[in-house]
Design a protein around this ligand. Structure first.
Ligand code: DAT
Ligand code: MG
Length: 139
């Protein structure tokens, strides 16, 4: 079993989409092994997204992720990072596959309702950012 990190972003939380998104995730076969709702400050948001430092959307992204509460979830399934990216869809909701979470709920390339760890960008580092090992349920 593999793990990955999902974040329900502030646009989705504010639109009360948390339940719909979690149902989609569970229906796709993931087990939720950890979940926290937190309101990150800019320091925390900047650190989480430091891989994007220097890009033209970085300061917008940090403002956005700290603009309201988020729900961070540790998910478990076979091949979890790759599978979650498929279920979430591509970055731009207007260009991604029909039926993906971003296609169903996203409104723009920035306000795309969820974050999903990239398989090649160390998902475990992102899980560790929000959870200690003892906070995670072991199925
Ligand atoms: P993803 O979230 O699909 O991994 P990414 O890692 O390239 O995409 O970018 C991280 C987030 O930054 C993305 O979910 C939304 C935002 N973002 C990316 N490109 C953007 C752009 N051109 N304008 C505004 N926000 C952007
Ligand atoms: Mg990314």
């Amino acid at each position: 079993m593999d793990r990955t990190l999902l974040i329900i972003k502030p646009d989705a939380v504010k639109r009360n989409l948390t339940g719909n998104i979690l149902k989609h995730i569970v229906d796709a076969g993931f087990k939720i092994t950890g979940m926290k709702m937190i309101w990150p400050d800019k320091e925390m948001g900047g650190k989480f997204y430091e891989i994007h430092k220097g890009k033209d959307f970085y300061s917008w992204l940090v403002e956005f992720i700290s603009s309201g509460p988020i729900v961070a979830c540790c998910l478990q399934s076979p091949d979890a990072p790759k599978k979650l990216r498929e279920v979430v869809g591509a970055t731009d909701p207007k260009k991604t596959a029909p039926g993906t979470i971003r296609n169903l709920y996203g409104t723009s390339v920035g306000e795309n309702v969820v974050h999903a760890s990239a398989p090649d960008e160390n998902p475990q580092r992102e899980i560790d950012f929000f959870f200690s090992e003892k906070e995670l349920f072991k199925y």
